[in-house]
Design a protein around this ligand. Structure first.
Ligand code: HEM
Length: 456
């Protein structure tokens, strides 16, 4: 016999654990339940979630021979926007394997070289914009600034498309968020709502009502993707050899190309924007880390106007800063895993074939095996000798197995380049009274985090 899973206190009939979490920050509320046990259960209006919080449970779920990706309720609802694109696809959909093999080379080291120049151009636009802020003494709202940069980067790299994120924005305080981002944020939040509602015992009517809004956002986003594809077709594909060219020259069908493009535009910028923003938050609180990073950047980058591709991987300390920010604040806070066959998770939770669990990385990333003070920011945790001394599997910001992040190298190259360019140019002055708040949509971002900048 296995013991029942612990659940939050104050469970009540019908509504379940509704008092056990905050609707605006569900992941953070559930992560706090780690004190109850390595695997907890959470029920709201009949919707049951089993959540793996303890390191051993998450590590066990990463066993690809027994578990595979599960498209959870919120991701299933996201298919209204992303269809059978890579992130939202079911494991057995033929387009997943087809697109995965087709697009892997677009994320190789060689491909990354091609994206480097675009990344430098976008970084230069961000620096121009921030120079202006530094001159006028206006602060920057970091998450939206990072989003502006990463959206522009993925648009240009994946599809040669500019969202115009920096057009006419230099003089204005906080120029408007690009409409694509507005629809995306609304669509992500809406899909989360639809997924949750559909999983409850409430009549389908409620989910369908919430779905109407997501469909409106999807319509806008589909039109953007279709416009990008139409422009490229008119221009004649083949000249750029980017993700879009690769897809247009393949036998992927038109609907799937639209969905893949949207998967990349969404998954390829939110996450990196969050990671860079959290890194800037920690840097603003750790002048000693800035000093070490700056010493490296000055030595490696030096006076180059445009650092070459091969300089970026040499910024090893900056990379550690990013790795450590992703440890403390994994911007994709978890992933769903389903049992391939009947099994027992972590020796305590029996699962039937197809049963699923949400794996959260927050406690995995703060397991005592990270050291005495796992809550503190210390980039040297990622020094090679300390990485070697730690058990594998304690760090999973990019997911696991064959459905793990295809854009990992892209994100790391872009994140390191952006951070290095910013640290090289500015002193960051944070509000000492600011307490980090994390906003949740599908991904995590600092909320209302502002910095004043001083040019060095
Ligand atoms: C710091 C930045 C990033 C983080 C933390 C991150 C995290 C993740 C995670 C955890 C998954 C697995 C999700 C699951 O198992 O359900 C994933 C998948 C994915 N990511 Fe990322 N990601 C990042 C950047 C990117 C970028 C830059 C791109 C594209 C250029 C991208 C494209 C994708 C795609 C397409 C998938 C689905 C892969 C598949 O299932 O075949 N990601 N990412």
């Amino acid at each position: 016999m296995f013991p029942a899973l612990p659940h939050p206190p104050r469970r009540i009939p019908i509504l379940g654990d509704i008092f056990g979490f905050q609707a605006e920050t569900p992941t953070q509320s559930v992560a706090k339940l780690a004190r109850l046990g390595p695997i907890v259960e959470f029920c709201v209006l009949g919707a049951r979630y089993v959540v793996a919080l303890g390191a051993e449970a998450v590590i066990d779920l990463n066993d690809e021979s027994r578990f595979c990706k599960y498209v959870g309720p919120d991701i299933a609802a996201l298919r209204i926007i992303g269809g059978d694109g890579l992130f939202t696809a079911y494991n057995d959909e033929p387009n997943w394997a087809k697109a995965h093999h087709l697009l892997m080379p677009a994320f190789s080291q060689a491909a990354m070289r091609r994206y480097h120049d675009e990344m430098l151009d976008v970084t230069a636009l961000l620096l121009d914009r921030w120079d202006d802020r530094a001159r006028t003494g206006a602060s920057v709202e970091v998450s939206s600034e990072a989003t502006r940069a990463t959206l522009e980067t993925i648009g240009r790299c994946a599809a040669g498309y500019s969202f115009g994120s920096f057009d006419n924005s230099a003089g204005s305080a906080d120029a408007a968020t690009p409409p694509f981002v507005e629809h995306m944020v609304s669509g992500l939040k809406g899909a989360d709502r639809v997924g949750s509602l559909r999983h409850t015992f409430l009549p389908e009517f409620f989910a369908r009502w919430a779905e109407r809004r997501v469909r409106r956002d999807a319509e806008y986003m589909h039109a953007v993707a279709d416009d990008i594809v139409a422009r490229r077709r008119a221009e004649g594909p083949g000249g750029r050899n980017d993700l879009l060219d690769i897809m247009l020259e393949s036998d992927l069908d038109a609907a799937n190309i639209r969905y893949q493009l949207l998967n990349f535009l969404v998954a390829g910028h939110e996450t990196t924007a969050g990671a860079t923003s959290f890194a800037l938050y920690y840097l603003s609180r750790h002048p000693e880390v800035v000093a070490t990073a700056r010493e490296e950047i000055d030595r490696v980058w030096g006076d180059h106007d445009r650092p070459g591709f091969e300089l970026i991987p040499k910024l090893r300390y900056v990379r550690r800063v990013l790795d450590e920010a992703l440890r403390l604040q994994p911007t994709v806070p978890g992933y769903y895993r389903a049992a391939r066959r009947d099994t027992v998770l972590a020796g305590i939770h029996p699962m039937r074939e197809g049963d699923w669990v949400l794996a959260l990385t927050a406690s995995l990333h703060r397991d005592p095996r990270w050291g005495d003070d796992p809550d503190s920011f210390d980039p040297d945790r990622f020094a090679p000798e300390r990485v070697r001394a730690r058990p594998a599997g304690l760090y999973k910001p990019f997911g696991t197995g064959e459905r793990s992040c295809i854009g990992r190298q892209f994100a790391l190259h872009e994140g390191v380049l952006l951070l290095a360019a910013l640290v090289r140019r500015y002193d960051f002055i944070g509000d000492p009274d600011y307490r980090l708040q994390v906003q949740e949509r599908l991904t995590m971002m600092p909320r209302d985090f502002r910095l004043l900048l001083r040019r060095r």
